[in-house]
Design a protein around this ligand. Structure first.
Ligand code: KG4
Ligand code: ZN
Length: 328
């Protein structure tokens, strides 16, 4: 039996979890800073670092108390070392190193995006390999071809803004509070996708581009000051979700796979989820999502990712450093 303690602090959630054998979440405690950063319209890295520092040891104490597990019984500590904000990453990383030293248990460095991927595999045991993955978060948009859990390659990515970033930036143009993605999703329910925004045509087969769409909306809002915010949000969401689904389906067909995994914060989007139902039925494809509450940042997915490295004996030493722009 392997008990992995996961630590996540790459952005604006401090999260700690204990996961058994990469498949069962025994405890997870998360402190979100959303309300603090909402005052500034986005994440303020210095404030985020301080808040992580304030919360992390309390959360570690809470997961041990809840599970009644003796800290010395932990098999390894898995911690996010990138990508993310350098200050916030360093808080989690330094804490994990200190705990690893004190408890004499191995340290595992986890790529945050591989963590997001594991949020799906943690709860869904019916994903067949090979499969294709659409990773859509606040800073990343990638299409990945996976032969197995440890053998994968990137087919394409965004050449400018990430999908979540586009949601957040358009939300700001619409005067919606931070974080913008969930707000656009929410108000879209009261709007109709009546506006046609152009999809970028000049990017590579599996690449994405969202900055042109963002500019289109900026000019549209200038020219149409009376357009209903709900309709603009619904039209934008419709455009982005269809771009995302069209590309991942194209990849699935080209690589002849049936299973499609969608991971990251934007996997919570209701239009993305809704579209996959019909597209899946029509094309005989099976879409896999994380449970809603595991779409955004959490330590369970980091512990689950760490478990694969634990099995492979892939441990880090205390020279492990934060890598803010770590690639998949
Ligand atoms: O994966 P995540 O929690 O953090 C990163 O690793 O970046 O993703 C956060 C991103 C934000 O851009 C947020 O606006 C977006 O995911 N997001 C959504 C929704 N929920 C979160 N975007 C669209 N619709 C949602 N329901
Ligand atoms: Zn994330």
């Amino acid at each position: 039996m392997a008990l992995i303690l996961g630590v996540e602090s790459s952005c604006d959630e401090t999260s700690v979890a204990i996961v058994e054998n990469g498949e069962s979440v025994l405890s997870e405690k998360t402190a979100s800073q959303i309300n603090i950063h909402a005052l500034y319209g986005g994440v303020v890295p210095e404030i985020a670092s301080r808040y992580h520092l304030e919360k992390i040891s309390i959360l570690v104490k809470m997961v041990f108390e809840e599970t009644k597990i003796d800290p010395k019984k932990i098999s390894a500590i898995a911690v996010t070392y990138g990508p993310g904000l350098v200050g916030p990453l360093l808080v989690g990383l330094s804490y994990a190193k200190a705990l690893s030293f004190a408890l004499k248990v191995p340290l595992i460095g986890v790529n945050h995006m591989i963590g997001h991927l594991n949020a799906v595999f943690l709860f869904d045991k019916n994903i067949d390999f090979p499969c294709v993955v659409l990773m859509i978060s606040g800073a990343h948009t990638e299409i990945v071809y996976m032969k197995s859990m440890n053998n994968f390659g990137i087919l394409g990515k965004s050449i400018d803004d990430a999908a979540g970033e586009a949601f957040d930036k358009v939300a700001r143009m619409l005067d919606l509070p931070y974080p913008g993605g969930p707000q656009i999703d929410k108000i879209s329910k009261d709007g109709k996708p009546i506006y046609k925004f152009t999809k970028p045509k000049t990017v590579g087969k599996y690449d994405f581009s969202f900055s042109g769409l963002k500019t289109h909306i900026r000019y549209f809002l200038k020219d149409n000051p009376r357009a209903k915010v709900e309709d603009v949000a619904a039209s934008f969401q419709e455009t982005v979700s269809s771009i995302l689904i069209e590309k991942i389906v194209k990849a699935a067909k080209a690589y002849n796979v049936r299973d499609i995994v969608i991971a990251g914060g934007v996997a919570a989007n209701s239009a993305v989820r809704r579209k996959t139902e019909e597209v899946g039925r029509k094309n005989d494809l099976v879409f896999h999502f994380p449970p809603l509450r595991y779409c955004t940042d959490n330590a369970s997915m980091i512990a689950a990712a760490g478990w694969h490295d634990y099995k492979a004996g892939k441990f880090a030493d205390f020279n492990l450093n934060a890598v803010p722009n770590l690639e998949v």
